[in-house]
Design a protein around this ligand. Structure first.
Ligand code: HEM
Length: 149
């Protein structure tokens, strides 16, 4: 078991620990409710018979795991986010190359918040939501900057 995304300290009073695998499945499901077209950007999902098939494709789950690991890295570098800048600029550039629109990053963020809301129930407070939004916005700002270069 690997637990990730523990956001603590100055941004929020609650520590939040979410199981990686559960969160991956949840974020994926929500993302494609918001925008099913996104599936077509993953070249390996072209032969999927249904959204459900795609969501269970190993490469696809691997990508969302990569997303969560980036978030995890951001959380563990909260005190030193500039050290991730080159990585995130480059990541944004890669997404530009594979045809991902920067607007889609926002949908990933919404899915992430939705997952937190569902997992945390009462503990999902306005300041906690804001803390996650702040963190995710920093990640996306750097990726979008790289995307536009
Ligand atoms: C790679 C699509 C959002 C992190 C990729 C690839 C595709 C893709 C097609 C290359 C194939 C693969 O590795 O599966 C998308 C789409 C997104 C999205 C459609 C939005 C809906 C994000 C976000 C993050 C992220 C928000 C991180 C916060 C990564 C990473 C890689 C990757 C770490 C691997 C890059 C590498 O190989 O160096 N993405 N992505 N993606 N994506 Fe995304």
């Amino acid at each position: 078991y690997r637990w990730i995304v523990c956001l603590r300290g100055r941004f929020a009073s609650h520590a939040v620990c979410i199981h990686l695998q559960n969160s991956v499945v949840f974020v994926c499901g929500r993302l494609f409710e918001l925008d099913p077209e996104l599936l077509t950007l993953f070249h390996y999902t072209t032969n999927c018979g249904s959204t459900q098939d795609c969501l269970s494709s190993p490469e696809f789950l691997e990508h969302v795991t990569k997303v969560m690991l980036v978030i995890d890295a951001a959380v563990s570098h909260l005190d030193d986010l500039p050290s991730l800048e080159d990585f995130l600029l480059n990541l944004g550039r890669k997404h530009q190359a594979v045809g991902v629109n920067t607007q889609s990053f926002a949908e990933v963020g919404e899915s992430l918040l939705y997952m937190l809301q569902c997992s945390l129930g009462q503990a999902y407070t306005a300041p906690l939501r804001q803390a996650w939004l702040n963190l995710y916005s920093i990640v996306v700002a750097a990726m979008s900057q790289g995307w536009a270069k």
